[in-house]
Ligand binder design. Structure first.
Ligand SMILES: NC(=O)c1ccc[n+]([C@@H]2O[C@H](COP(=O)([O-])OP(=O)(O)OC[C@H]3O[C@@H](n4cnc5c(N)ncnc54)[C@H](O)[C@@H]3O)[C@@H](O)[C@H]2O)c1
Length: 246
């Protein structure tokens, strides 16, 4: 892809302060896109528009695509990259874990897509990229509700990809395996492991020899949003270094 490939495109990225979301923002801006960043705190993020807020607030999530459109003057691409991970089996899942997981990982992207699709349809099309997980397409141990939320957004993506293709809107999802981000590293630290050592050990279990860096995932998000993926609708793209789950 030539430099400036995304010149003039208007992009909304949620989870923009997160490990992968920040890499997604940098990738789009490096290709000339104008980016509106959404997260609870977007202080210090280089972007064309800043839209801080809590995605658990339905009014904020509903209004986000319109706010991005107003700030950027158009809206071509939405990347729903905010997410939370709660651990444990069903029997150790609290009501709060349930509400948080469903709220951030499923309800928020549902609300953002529901508001973004009519805006994009009116403009003749667009692209949405959601984040599922390898645990959204196959089960994983000891993260029952997290896996279920990732399966839910995978299914929603497949259905929306089918339902809105006729409007010129392509909706796809990435399904990463382990990525070297605060989400993963904090999990190790919380369980008493040194994150650097744990990440290196985990890397040895991946056929490619290392776990993913945020940029490895951001490149695939960028591809799915670009015209290079113009015939992809409702796809779930696993990005796993050769290490599938299960
Ligand atoms: N890191 C991995 O190994 C991995 C693997 C597969 C899938 N994923 C998925 O990628 C996504 C991002 O993961 P990450 O590793 O970059 O995590 P991260 O924790 O670094 O980033 C997540 C971002 O989402 C934001 N967010 C969470 N709740 C929010 C809320 N209520 N309102 C607004 N923003 C909120 C956080 O502030 C944070 O900036 C998640 O959906 C995760 O499930 C991550």
């Amino acid at each position: 892809m030539t430099p400036g490939y995304m010149a003039g495109k208007a992009v909304l990225v949620t989870g923009a302060a997160g490990g992968i979301g920040a890499a997604v923002v940098r990738r789009f801006r490096s290709e000339g896109a104008r980016v509106a960043v959404a997260d609870r705190d977007v202080t210090g993020i280089d972007a064309e528009a800043h839209l801080p807020g809590d995605l658990l607030d339905p009014a904020y999530a509903d209004a986000l695509p319109g706010a991005a459109y107003d700030a950027l003057g158009s809206l071509d691409i939405v990347v729903n990259y905010a997410g939370v991970i709660t651990r444990g089996s069903v029997t150790s899942t609290t009501d709060a874990d349930w509400a948080l997981s469903l709220g951030v990982n499923v309800e928020a992207p549902f609300r953002v897509c529901r508001s973004a699709i009519p805006i994009m349809a009116k403009a003749g099309g667009g692209a949405i990229v959601n984040v599922s997980s390898c645990w959204g397409v196959r089960p994983g141990p000891n993260h029952a509700v997290y896996c279920m939320t990732k399966a839910a957004i995978a299914s929603l993506t497949q259905c929306m990809g089918m339902d809105h293709a006729h409007q010129g809107i392509r909706i796809n999802a990435v399904c990463p395996n382990e990525v070297n981000t605060p989400m993963l590293r904090t999990g190790f630290a919380n369980r008493g492991f040194d994150p650097d050592t744990a990440v290196a050990e985990l890397g040895r279990t991946v056929p490619l020899g290392r776990i993913a860096e945020p940029e490895d995932i951001a490149d695939v998000v960028f591809f799915l949003a670009s015209d290079a993926a113009r015939y992809m609708c409702g796809s779930l793209v696993e990005v796993n270094g050769g290490k599938p789950v299960g």
